[in-house]
Design a protein around this ligand. Structure first.
Ligand SMILES: C[S@@+](CC[C@H](N)C(=O)[O-])C[C@H]1O[C@@H](n2cnc3c(N)ncnc32)[C@H](O)[C@@H]1O
Length: 302
């Protein structure tokens, strides 16, 4: 799948989207992404035509505002990016730090697009005061304006007029959900720094998350969660508890570059959990498909 992706973001699920979409039921009402990041799964689902109704939520406000601008005013953000990208030629490192300082002062989401394109590994980092403090990538100048424009317009054409965007905490979505919706959750991983994950604006509390999943189960909501995983024999984070009756799958991400650097050949897997309601829906879809195939087979022999 060649998906448009204007925002560089470590943790984006763009490369895993086609695998994750395999677990979508055929009849998705709304697709809800409470931890949207770059909304890679909504973009992929729109591209594949799963639904025309999306709720995209992301607590990091500048990131959410940037998504909104990309979807609703592609021309404005593409032109702004081109201007700011072209202004870096004299001294691109100094330019980056000037823009970073301006972004931390103003929170202007348009500056954020340039910082994400230009920062080391597309990895956001925040200091304890919530200021963006990632360094620039010294070797690259960031996505070329023409490529950026194509990606921006690509996302806009897939989601314009179909997506409702918000910057709330993930737990505020319970009331909006109904049984034919699908919720895809990609929360910050159970990081090394407890609930304070410097990779993101905010971490989440494990126990609160478990309770929230219990409430979703009580309402018979279909959901998919990406949550931690393992590299070689090393497992990250606690597994989600059995009482939630989730189906646990491991999807292959690829070879770990860090392990390869150390001369090891280790594969990284990510955990994917499917809710009980989703498991039922998928089983029903499969039975319907088998019945349809049987019908075709029977009519061929009539
Ligand atoms: C792993 S990233 C999601 C990446 C996304 N799937 C993508 O493809 O780009 C997790 C996101 O959750 C957001 N987040 C953290 N705490 C949150 C909360 N309490 N409610 C909503 N979003 C939150 C972070 O800002 C971060 O962007």
């Amino acid at each position: 799948m060649k998906l448009p992706h204007p925002i560089q973001y470590q943790g984006s699920k763009r490369n895993l989207a086609s695998t994750i979409l395999k677990y979508f039921p055929s009849d998705v009402g709304k697709l809800i992404e409470p931890f949207a990041g770059t909304a890679a799964i909504s973009v992929a689902a729109a591209y594949e035509g799963y639904t025309n109704a999306f709720i995209i939520n992301e607590l990091n406000k500048p990131l959410l505002e940037l998504l909104k601008l990309i979807i609703e005013q592609p021309c404005e953000i593409a032109n702004f990016y081109e201007k700011i990208w072209n202004a870096q030629h004299k001294d691109s490192i100094k330019h980056y730090y000037t823009i970073r300082e301006e972004f931390n002062r103003t929170n202007d989401c348009r500056l954020f697009l340039y910082l994400l394109a230009r920062c080391a590994k597309g990895a956001v980092r925040y200091n304890k005061d919530g200021c963006f403090n990632q360094s620039p990538d010294k070797r690259r100048k960031g996505t070329m304006p023409q490529t950026m424009k194509k990606n921006i317009y690509g996302v806009s054409s897939l989601l314009k007029g179909k997506a409702k965007l918000s910057a709330y905490d993930y737990r505020l979505f319970l009331k909006e959900l109904s049984e034919n919706d699908l919720v895809y959750m990609d929360p910050p991983y159970q990081g090394v720094c407890g609930n304070r994950d410097l990779r993101y604006y905010s971490g989440i509390h494990y126990q609160e998350f478990i309770e929230y999943l219990g409430e979703l189960n009580d309402k018979n909501i279909s959901y998919i969660i990406s949550y931690d995983g393992k590299t070689g024999h090393k497992t990250y984070g606690k597994k989600l508890p059995n009482q939630l009756e989730l189906k646990h799958l491991e999807i292959m991400v690829g070879r770990s570059t860090q392990a390869t650097l150390l001369g090891k050949n280790e594969i990284t897997y990510e955990s994917l959990y499917l809710s009980p309601a989703l498991q039922n829906r998928l089983n029903k879809n499969q039975r319907n498909n088998e019945a349809k195939q049987l019908n075709i087979f029977e009519s061929n022999h009539a």
